[in-house]
Design a protein around this ligand. Structure first.
Ligand code: 0O2
Length: 218
């Protein structure tokens, strides 16, 4: 690559635009429901070192980098509950400013490491002085618990470069399951609270109706 800054500039623009748009989505969803499904959004452009490492690991040539490296521009959406992730996916599928070209559900099909997240690869256009440029970008959608696990596992991985000793790998898989159990139980509690609120509202409506009938009978 002759000029990294020039090569990465459109990706940086895509990340900024996507962050802005997804933060706007977060706010729109929270106005509508008091508390929305998106907790926070982050974004990053892959570093030169990380691009070179992945090119080497995945045998990606300079000529194929634009088509084969799908996460040079990437944004992450953090949600509270697993159901929120699928809600966001269905919202993104309907947008006209990005075309989904691949979806990878690492929640239903976790990675061997224990990693869970929902990945979407999009085709996205940025407007440059030279004209419209289409590029690929990755959107990762996860719960806070999945993000907690992935962030720590990623930083521990730095030391081992993807090759954890088997005993450590096994313990990390266990912690991934513990994080998922936390997600499942939080969702169950959330569902129970929503059910109790519905019942409470129903009873309240019944009581108001009962009092109205009593008043009319007097
Ligand atoms: P970073 O530093 O997160 O930006 P590959 O990259 O070869 O594993 P592929 O096919 O390019 O795989 O894409 P995949 O697996 O759908 O997504 C890759 C990205 O998902 C990784 O980016 C991580 O962000 C995340 N990810 C995937 N598997 C794991 C895992 O086991 N642990 C953690 N912590 N994250 C994972 P990068 O390239 O690692 O870079």
């Amino acid at each position: 690559m002759d000029n990294w800054e020039e090569f990465l500039a459109p990706y940086a623009q895509a990340v900024s635009e996507l962050e802005l748009k997804l933060n706007s989505l977060k706010h729109q969803l929270s106005y509508a429901n008091n508390h929305g499904p998106i907790e926070f959004v982050t974004g990053r452009v892959k570093t030169r070192e990380s691009i070179l490492e992945k090119m080497h690991r995945r045998h990606i040539t300079k000529e194929n980098i634009v088509t084969d490296m799908e996460d040079i521009a990437a944004v992450r959406i953090m949600c509270e509950f697993v159901d929120d992730i699928y809600q966001i996916v269905s919202i993104l599928r309907k947008r006209h400013d990005m075309e989904i070209i691949e979806e990878r559900d690492y929640i239903a099909h976790k990675k061997p490491s224990g990693y869970r997240s929902y990945h979407i690869i999009i085709r996205y256009s940025v407007e440059l002085v030279s004209g419209t440029k289409f590029l690929k970008a990755e959107i990762q959608i996860r719960t806070l618990a999945m993000n907690f696990w992935a962030t720590i596992e990623h930083s521990l991985n730095y030391k081992y470069k993807g090759e954890f000793p088997p005993e450590i790998a096994m313990r990390l898989r266990k912690t991934a399951e513990a994080a998922f159990l936390l997600d499942t139980e939080m969702s169950n509690i959330h569902d129970d609270i929503k059910e109790a609120e519905k019942l409470f509202a129903q009873r309240k409506r019944g009581q108001i109706e009962h009092e109205r009938v009593e008043r009319e009978e007097k």
